[in-house]
Design a protein around this ligand. Structure first.
Ligand code: PCA
Length: 221
């Protein structure tokens, strides 16, 4: 079994639901073949979210880390980079609204996600789930979590694949009681299918990266 830490976020920005939380919960039903899931819902708060993902990494020592969060747009967005920047258009759930603050004053400017990002976007599209690559996870709490997780693994000297996927809103989040055109959305079934595809590809990636144990032990004689 490949152990994967999967995270989603609590609702934020006045919504009472977050698609990333819903899809992480939906994964529990039936699980993912060959994968031991460790599921964690993170707070949408700069002060806690990064620390909680780092603590979960230390506690569970996963083979891979896949974080999901609510984005905008019509596609799942596989993020390529986490940046050392917090710059928020809205306040987080603790009322914190940083204006150009670093995630870590002593940290590197950015980290690349270490998941097979192109393979993930390809597999999602091939599986019928609209997906794209994204060059930046923004500068809100999702980016904070991506940067914090990658920095933590780097500091611990671990090569654990780690990355982030932004997902569209749920249909019920964009439906309004007027007759205007609506924002893009993705239903929970498609979101959950997408998450399963992501985790299956990541688990295969871990299996092929894992060092093959020696068939015979050397005696040193
Ligand atoms: N999306 C926000 C934070 C929590 C979430 O689900 C973001 O894109 O930063």
């Amino acid at each position: 079994m490949v152990k994967i830490l999967v995270t989603g976020f609590e609702p934020f920005g006045g919504s009472n639901v977050n698609p990333s939380q819903r899809l992480v919960e939906a994964l529990a039903v039936g699980g993912v073949e060959g994968v031991e899931l460790v599921r964690v819902i993170l707070p949408c708060r700069f002060e806690d979210a990064g620390r909680q993902v780092a603590a979960a990494i230390d506690r569970h020592r996963p083979d891979a880390v896949v974080c999901f969060g609510q984005g905008s747009g019509a596609s799942m967005a596989v993020e390529r980079v986490g940046v050392n920047l917090e710059d928020a258009r809205i306040a987080d759930n603790a009322g914190d609204q940083p204006d150009g603050r670093p995630v870590d004053a002593d940290g590197a400017p950015a980290y690349f996600a270490t998941l097979p990002v192109k393979e993930l976007a390809r597999a999602l599209n091939a599986g019928g789930v609209p997906a794209r690559l994204s060059l930046s996870a923004g500068a809100f709490v999702c980016n904070h979590v991506l940067y914090s997780a990658l920095r933590h693994l780097d500091r611990r000297g671990r090569r654990t694949p780690c990355g982030f996927v932004h997902v569209p809103k749920l249909p019920e989040q964009v439906a309004t009681d007027d007759f205007s055109d609506k924002e893009s959305s993705m239903g929970l079934d498609t979101l959950t299918l997408g998450a399963r595809i992501v985790l299956t590809v990541v688990a295969d990636h871990v299996r092929t990266q894992a060092p093959v144990p020696a068939l015979t032990a050397t005696t040193g004689s």
